[in-house]
Design a protein around this ligand. Sequence first.
Ligand code: PRE
Length: 87
Amino acid sequence: MTTASTAADERIAELRGEIDACDAEIVRLVQHRLAVSQEIGELRRATGGTRLSLSREQQVLARYQDALGPDGATLGLVLLRQGRGRL
Ligand SMILES: O=C(O)C(=O)C[C@]1(C(=O)O)C=C[C@@H](O)C=C1
């Protein structure tokens, strides 16, 4: 193996460590978001409200779309579905 490829391999391993840390944090945040979303849903239903808040969903999706583009909107939909189930 050349010196250059060894250095690249070491850097790739280091960067993968960063990705692993990002992924662990993302999973933690997704789990936290799910718990918060479910608590809101329970509170709304317990007080006679609707199962969903579509205007709020539009706000959430717009935020993901603005930050991340069309794939962001897809990601936002997946997160919403986690909390409230399928439409
Ligand atoms: O913000 C709310 O009212 C929620 O119930 C949370 C949440 C969400 O996960 O962001 C989930 C379902 C609603 O339709 C809208 C938003």
